[in-house]
Structure formats: C-alpha cells, structure tokens
Design a protein around this ligand. Structure first.
Ligand code: ADP
Ligand code: MG
Length: 228
C-alpha cells in the first residue's frame, strides 16, 4: 500500500427515501489501515451507507461531504461473480495493464485458490466464491475496502477461516476497512473500532483494544459485548 494512502471521511451525509432520512447527518472517519465494524439493526441504513461511500448512490443529498479515495473495493454477501466468466477472468474484469492477469493470479494465491484460475464460479463452494470476491477486491489494491455482511451466508466453520484470511490480508495491504455485520462477536474479533448506526447517525463508537487475534474466550471480550 502506498504510503500516501488516504482514509475515508464522511461528514453530514444525508440520504432520504421519500420523507424519511435513513442517513440523517452522518459523520464517520476511518484512518488508513484502520478496521471498523458497522453494527445496526436491520433497516437502520448500513447498506445505504456503504452504497453511498462506494459511489453507487447518486441520490445522496444534504450538505454531505464524502471524501473517498479513487480505489474503493466492495464485497457483498453474495459474491456476485459472473457465472459465464472463469475465476481469473472474474478477478481481473475491468482491470487494465499488461500485468493484470499476473496480479490476478497472485491475488488468487493469496486467498488460497492457486490452481483454480480456470474453474467456473459454479464449480466452487460458497466460501471459495467469497474468497474469489476478496481476490477481486485485492487485485485493485484498494485504499478503502467496503464489505456488506460478506460472511453472512457462510457456515460457521468457513466463516472462522474467512475471518483469519481477512485479518491477514488487511494486515498486509492496510486498506481502511468498513465491514457491515450483524454479529457482535465478529465485530469485536476483527475490528479496531466498532460503530453502531441508529436513527441515521453513528450513535456509538467504541475502540477495541484487545490484542489480536481475539477470541470470545478472552477476558475482556464480554465487556465489549456489554457496551454494544
Ligand atoms: P440495512 O442494510 O441496515 O439493513 P438498508 O440500508 O438496506 O438497511 O435500508 C435502510 C432503510 O432504507 C430501510 O428502511 C429500507 O427499506 C430503505 N430503503 C433502502 N433502499 C431503498 C430504496 N431504493 N427505496 C426506498 N427505500 C429504501
Ligand atoms: Mg443491509
């Protein structure tokens, strides 16, 4: 990651659907290399916030300020791989440069999928498809990585493996991360900071100071659960 990497700054962001302001003057800063988990009830606006930050929402209004680097990658709950493209072609789709495919192969190796470059998405398990989605993010060398419940549809064991992998990748590439999850334990385990979205704003912002890797058996883990 370039040393001039930028984090993410969101100030006074407003998003209305009809009369209702789902995001109502929301502020959030994430430093380069910082890992933030976003919690909030279903319907509280987490996905709306991610879409706004990713630039996928043209109807963000208000006096909002959105300072986001160019290189933003998004991972969703479903991998959103294109079924008619092989794994490597999915990873490098839209990436320019003569060495794109080589970088794609490296990214696949990083997520443990060496040798699966020519497989079709339908030949992979759900967990493997999510790893391809992570490789697709990595190959873009993101300054900001947004993830919307990326492990929500995985079984418990695969989810644990994905936690380890994500932690490793983030330690190596140091993007600013915003991970949406509904799992408090996952949030505390992975993040440097846990924030809670409620009534259109960040209502709680808690630094997690337990040393990584963290397990819910750690003394102290419970205290974060209690705060959230
Ligand atoms: P979360 O991801 O936290 O579950 P969302 O961001 O998906 O919540 O949705 C927040 C609120 O905004 C919900 O009440 C939802 O119904 C509403 N909403 C989201 N997208 C639209 C849309 N395109 N049109 C109208 N309402 C929407
Ligand atoms: Mg959502």
């Amino acid at each position: 990651m370039a040393s001039n990497a930028r984090g993410l700054r969101v100030a006074n962001l407003v998003r209305r659907f009809g009369d209702r302001a789902v995001l109502d003057g929301l502020d959030l800063d994430i430093a380069p290399g910082e890992f933030v988990a976003l919690l909030g009830r279903s319907g509280s606006g987490k996905s709306t916030l991610l879409r706004a930050i990713a630039g996928l929402d043209y109807d963000v209004t208000g006096t909002g300020e959105l300072d986001v680097p160019d290189r933003v990658s998004v991972a969703f709950q479903d991998s959103r791989l294109l079924p008619w493209l092989r794994v490597l072609d999915n990873v490098v789709l839209g990436v320019g440069g003569s060495d794109a495919r080589e970088h794609g192969r490296q990214a696949l190796a990083e997520v443990g999928l060496e040798g699966r470059e020519r497989a079709w998405p339908s030949e992979l398990s759900g967990g493997e498809q999510q790893r391809v989605a992570l490789a697709r993010c990595l190959v873009r060398d993101p300054e900001v990585l947004l993830a919307d419940e990326p492990f929500g549809s995985l079984d418990a064991l695969t989810r644990i493996r994905m936690h380890g992998l994500l932690r490793e990748l983030c330690a190596r590439h140091r993007p600013a991360v915003l991970l949406v999850t509904h799992d408090v334990d996952e949030a505390v385990e992975l993040a440097d900071r846990v924030v809670v979205l409620e009534d259109g704003r960040i209502r709680l912002d808690v630094a997690v100071t337990l040393p990584a890797p963290r397990s819910h058996r750690d003394p102290g883990f419970q205290s974060y659960r209690d705060q959230l």
